[in-house]
Write a protein that binds this ligand. Sequence first.
Ligand SMILES: [Ca+2]
Length: 325
Amino acid sequence: MWKRTLAGALMSLSAGAAAVDAAGFKDYVETLKAEAAEQGIKQSTLDSAFADIKLFKRAISADRNQPEFKKTLDTYLPQAVPEWKVAQARKLYKEHRELLEEIGEAYGVQPRFIVALWGIETNFGGYTGNYPVVGTTASLAYEGRREAFFKEQVFAALKIIDDGHITADKMRGSWAGAMGQTQFMPTSFLSYAVDYDGDGRKDIWHTLPDVFASAANYLKNVGWQYDQTWARQVRVTEPVAEELQGLEVKKSLAEWQALGVRKYDGGNLPNRADIEASLVFPDDADGRVYLAYANYDALMRWNRSHYFAVAVGYLSDRIKFPAIE
Ligand SMILES: [Ca+2]
């Protein structure tokens, strides 16, 4: 959930960053180990976690591989949510329906959003990243630009190994340390991961009940509303002042109606004074416009990207309509 904001923060790593060399990294790892031991991490955990550690220059330079191009939602959505992904989401929803509905009810999150997040984050567990998490987060801490943040991730990762949820060699993730089928950073794992199947391990890598419940538990904790959807696409019939745009401004649907906002098909908004929403323009004034509900904010807590929130929401809508038999 941090990875895209991280990508932004790491954009300028190559320019002006302190030199990163393997010898300095070795010394740095020794200080990390000493600090972790002081925090009470077992020696056996440290031995296994740091056994083959090396400096991941690839993690540090991964931002260079992120292509720069101008996207709009109209070009992005068909790439992020192609028809085969919609079909796969619906098939998997049906396949795991009983478990999903049980977890959805337990945490107060509609299951279609759990499946949509799963599909957008890791292609339903198909692509979870194969970097050793301790190695990449230690490398990014050593690089120094966001040392405090990544050191915290290293220590959180060690605690997860120490607690027996996963072994060091199997703790794999993205180049920025996002792990498993939910792509949780280690600190998010400590806060939100769930052992739903009750085997004593929170396994977001391979155990679907744990994967689904962990995602739902995260959303529940960032304010998910079970009785609401995520957003609706709308159109504006007259210019809306800039200070009224964006997630910080909440107004009722009745107020937005008075300001000239209409359903996408041009019809009136529901006459509700009790439902609040924000008016968001993920592209520019000529692009798509959404009235975003509280759950949109929750998705932005997961990953601070409008495109991410819209992709998850759009896929969840495609799971809901038409109804799965
Ligand atoms: Ca488990």
